[in-house]
Design a protein around this ligand. Structure first.
Ligand code: CAA
Length: 447
């Protein structure tokens, strides 16, 4: 089967979820682009968007329409060539409308799993539940006569376990996107000892066509990305808890401070508590629960997460893409309050922000903002100057940032010594392209 034949009938499981919707968008575009190529005119391309939530699927179609339009606007020259035989498409907006129509026409939103029984390729992006993944993939395989290939987006379950338990020998690999898949360039690729070479070759080719950067990870629970993120998040929770005790301040104030340090002082796109909310407190807890039994020398859990879950505060995103409240409360793209686990209510930022900022101290004037630095050619010099100023500062915020930067480096180095990542470059690429960091964790900025 050629690359194109493989992509003529594809299914995405969990298509209305935040990862599934991104995978669906990218795949729908790749399939439509193939269908527009001269040799493929007239061939049918089918992409089943499978999800249990009909409401979620309606939201997905709305998301697709908006995103495909944005994509089309950026490639009108290429589209004009592909639609050269269409005299009725004159203006750019005719061409854009036609492309949006064609992409949406490939997508079949359905709530029944049976749609996947005809597919040659199945992307799995359901919730992080090993038994559910094994059951779904095993059932599809039994009912599908095509010997389909399975690309799982699991964030944490070792692929060889899914392979063995679902009976998919050689036909499954980990193809792990990062949130949002339409923006983050990373795909972690995880093969088992049995994955067929042709499955891996296809995966690499497909990732290349999606303009993604592949980083191979060994098949260890959490892989490289969550191996770093989960430990970094646990460190944030431990630091906040320790800071609250040491300074005798309520935990919500310490959460604000650690979040600020991890965003503004470490020059990251989001503070660590905002990122936990973005991924979902429940998802972070699921991933930690999957990873924990596989690590011997660490305890991958924190009671702050458990408390948040018990109090029903879970973060994550609505189907519209809007951020749900978690550690932080969000309004119009900003956060305005922090959750107090003792009072079980949000405390307005205005009532304590100045006092906390004062405790952290002034940021050095060499400070650089994440957004302005990521595409700056002098990025490394600007970051080095700022981090050097932090090292010579006696302020609390500077000390917290240096400690955090060193911890992040140690986590990165351990992923290599534990043989999860083959080399430190892989860890750095994962954080740069999957988490949009401005610099890799294994650096000399904080030494
Ligand atoms: N789909 C498509 N495009 C999206 C999007 C989505 N869901 N979310 C944001 N974008 C686009 C915006 O439309 C915007 O595009 P334009 O530049 O064309 O206007 C662009 O991304 C930037 O967005 P914003 O200006 O709104 O905001 P920003 O500059 O702060 O970027 C962000 C938003 C890309 C999410 C950035 O904050 C970021 O990268 N944060 C870190 C996210 C992260 O760490 N992700 C990894 C989580 S871990 C994971 O996913 C793995 C796992 O297994 C748990």
């Amino acid at each position: 089967m050629t690359y194109e034949e493989r992509l003529q009938n594809v299914s995405v499981l969990g298509a209305a979820g935040k990862m599934g919707s991104g995978i669906l968008l990218l795949t729908a575009i790749e399939m439509t682009d193939l269908s527009l190529k001269p040799g493929n005119k007239g061939k049918t391309f089918v992409l089943n968007a499978i999800d249990v939530s009909a409401e979620g699927l309606a939201g997905l179609m709305k998301y697709l329409r908006g995103q495909v339009r944005k994509v089309a606007e950026k490639k009108t020259v290429w589209l004009r060539k592909m639609y050269a035989d269409r005299d009725d498409l004159v203006e750019n907006y005719d061409i854009i409308d036609e492309y949006v129509f064609d992409v949406l026409n490939v997508v079949r939103p359905v709530t029944t799993m049976a749609a996947a029984y005809q597919s040659n390729l199945i992307f799995e992006a359901v919730s992080e539940n090993r038994a559910l993944k094994v059951k779904l993939l095993g059932d599809i395989d039994k009912n599908n006569g095509n010997n389909p290939w399975f690309f799982t987006n699991t964030s944490s379950v070792p692929i060889k376990l899914i392979e063995k338990e679902a009976g998919l020998e050689g036909r499954v690999l980990g193809f792990h996107f990062y949130n949002p898949p339409a923006v983050q360039r990373l795909v972690e690729l995880i093969i088992t000892g049995k994955t067929l070479a042709e499955v891996e070759d296809f995966a690499r080719n497909y990732a290349k066509n999606l303009k993604k950067i592949i980083v191979p990870s060994n098949d260890f629970a959490g892989f490289i990305g969550n191996g770093h993120f989960m430990r970094d998040a646990l460190h944030g929770m431990k630091e906040a808890t320790a800071l609250a005790e040491e300074k005798n301040i309520p935990l919500y104030k310490a959460i604000y401070m650690v979040n600020k340090v991890t965003q503004d002082y470490l020059v990251r796109p989001m503070g660590i508590f905002q990122l936990i909310d973005y991924v979902g407190i429940d998802v972070v807890q699921f991933i930690l629960n999957v990873m924990n039994p596989f690590v011997e020398d660490e305890e991958l859990s924190h009671d702050l997460l458990d408390k948040m879950m018990l109090q029903g505060v879970k973060g994550g995103q609505k189907s519209s893409g809007a951020q749900k409240d978690g550690f932080l409360k969000y309004k119009g793209g900003r956060f305005t309050a922090i959750w107090d686990v003792h009072k079980q209510e949000y405390i307005d930022l205005d009532s304590f922000k100045d006092e906390c900022d004062e405790m952290l101290g002034e940021l050095p004037s060499s400070v650089v903002a994440w957004k302005s630095v990521i595409r700056n050619k002098k990025k490394d010099d600007l970051l080095a100057a700022f981090f050097n100023d932090l090292k010579t500062s006696a302020d609390l915020g500077a000390a917290m940032a240096i400690k955090y930067g060193l911890k992040s480096k140690a986590i990165g180095e351990k992923l290599v010594s534990d043989k999860v990542a083959k080399e430190t470059d892989h860890v750095n690429t994962v954080m740069l392209t999957g988490f949009f960091h401005a610099y890799g964790p294994v650096n000399n900025f904080f030494d």
